[in-house]
Design a protein around this ligand. Structure first.
Ligand code: HEM
Length: 437
């Protein structure tokens, strides 16, 4: 069977090239709007990359209704063999990155049941007290240092500290963890994939040499994280500590525990899923509150009453996770798109969150929006974000500390965007504030 051609409406957007993902929001949103206007989901061809197996292309689910159905119907829209890469995952990568996010039930359900206990309301309540103290320290240090890069000085700090605290990872490893998660999620960005300074970095398909360099970096990053957690896990077998590693390697009340392999790949999932996403949400929050000063005033006028809907709107508008993949298990008609067994689809959350048939004035950033059925944490279904409550708390606490102590804090100039089809990332962002009194 020959793959369907890219519809003429989308020909001008260079969708298969990495440059598309570094273009300004307005350009990309035009492409997504054109996709939503089509009767059926467009098929986008995948660039051939040496040594990497891949399908000829993927269907883009750009409409809110399609994303919802694919998230709910996990029997037809499977997360196996992988949900977080459009390319097929080689066996060496599956060892590190093959956690429950890439599994269907019942394998997925078993791991999710065991790890969910670490995210119970009781556990989160305990962390909550600690969050305020950490956020206050981050702002204290910021005031002492003065503003330079918002991502490094503010946005990146709380998420990594919190996850490491949850897992019981000593502080001396935090910098290594941050560095390795950058490599894992930034593998399409020349700054992290070894092609920095190479003018071909973004515009041309990678060569065999490039793929080799990137693969080695990825293995190294996965291996470093895996080795750290395996060592801590071994030390904590039989222990009674309250951290997540101790809880996962020792049987719970139902006699369930995870194998060392499962703990290792879950840890990688957690640091990657919990760090980069929340970090980017916090960075986007400052960018949005700078670009829309009337929304910032509204928020500051009654922070406690408005912060909850504001966080949801930040997630909708910024959509830190651009897409996840699903694998079609049998022939299926998805609201007019005829899918075949073996096809792959990308659930394009970024586009679903701007769907004009669901969100009135979808292009307007409105912190009072209600209802706000965004899919920034995924659609309803078995893989809905495990860290949703934690992420909301982290963003709330960080913004409260920042905006109440430094009310004129704002982004200045252009931010550096991550070249990625997966994470809507901000690598660096200049900013300013008037130091208090
Ligand atoms: C703003 C922050 C966050 C965003 C936008 C976000 C987004 C998402 C999305 C879209 C999914 C769905 C994946 C799918 O359907 O296949 C997901 C799953 C997941 N998220 Fe989050 N996330 C955030 C924060 C966190 C945090 C803080 C943690 C943990 C500490 C976390 C842990 C997870 C895990 C473990 C899964 C996989 C769940 C499963 O497969 O059952 N996330 N997240």
């Amino acid at each position: 069977m020959t793959a369907p051609a890219l519809p003429p409406e989308l020909q001008d957007f260079s969708l298969t090239e990495m440059t598309f993902w570094t273009r300004p929001d307005a350009f990309r949103m035009k492409a997504f709007a054109a996709m939503r206007a089509l009767d059926s989901a467009p098929f986008v061809p995948l660039q051939k990359i040496p040594m990497v197996r891949s399908k000829p292309g993927f269907y883009v689910l750009a409409k809110h209704a399609d994303v919802l159905e694919a998230s709910r119907n996990a029997e037809v829209f499977s997360s196996e063999p992988t949900s977080n890469s459009l390319m097929e995952m080689p066996p060496w990568a599956a060892r590190f990155f093959g956690s429950m996010i890439n599994m269907d039930d019942p394998r997925h359900a078993r791991i999710r049941r065991v790890v969910s206990r670490g995210f119970s309301p009781r556990m989160l309540e305990r962390i909550d007290q600690d969050l305020g103290v950490r956020a206050a320290r981050i702002v204290d240090e910021l005031i002492a240092e003065g503003p330079s890069d918002f991502v490094a000085q503010v946005a990146a700090r709380l998420p990594v500290e919190v996850i490491c605290h949850l897992m019981g990872i000593p502080e001396e490893h935090h910098a290594m963890i941050l560095d390795r998660t950058n490599v894992i999620l930034g593998y399409t960005d020349p700054e992290y994939n070894g092609m920095k300074g190479d003018p071909r970095g973004l515009t041309e398909p990678p060569r065999l040499k490039d793929v080799t360099v990137t693969s080695v970096q990825l293995v190294r990053a996965g291996h470093d994280l895996f080795r750290l957690v395996r060592r801590l896990g071994r030390d904590r077998r039989g222990g009674t500590g309250d951290d997540l590693i101790t809880r996962l390697v020792n049987p719970n009340a139902d006699g369930e525990s995870l194998t060392m392999q499962e703990v290792g790949s879950f840890f990688i999932l957690l640091v990657v899923a919990g760090n980069e996403t929340t970090r980017n949400a916090i960075a986007h929050a400052l960018r949005l509150l700078t670009d829309f000063p009337e929304q910032r005033e509204l928020l500051l006028a009654d922070f406690d009453a408005r912060i909850a809907p504001a966080v949801e709107e930040i997630i909708r508008y910024a959509t830190p996770v651009i897409h996840f993949r699903r694998n079609v298990t049998r022939d299926h008609d998805l609201n007019g798109t005829k899918l075949k067994k073996g096809d792959i689809v990308a659930l394009l959350y970024t586009s679903a969150n701007r769907d004009e048939t669901v969100f009135p004035d979808a292009e307007t950033f409105d912190i009072t929006r209600s209802p706000n059925p965004h899919v920034g944490f995924g659609g309803p279904g078995p893989h809905y974000c495990l860290g949703v409550h934690l992420a909301r708390r982290e963003i709330t606490v960080m913004l409260r500390e920042l905006l109440t102590r430094l009310p004129d804090v704002r982004a200045t100039g252009d931010h550096d965007r991550l070249a990625s089809f997966f994470i809507n990332g901000i690598k660096r962002m200049p900013f300013t504030f008037t130091p208090p009194g």
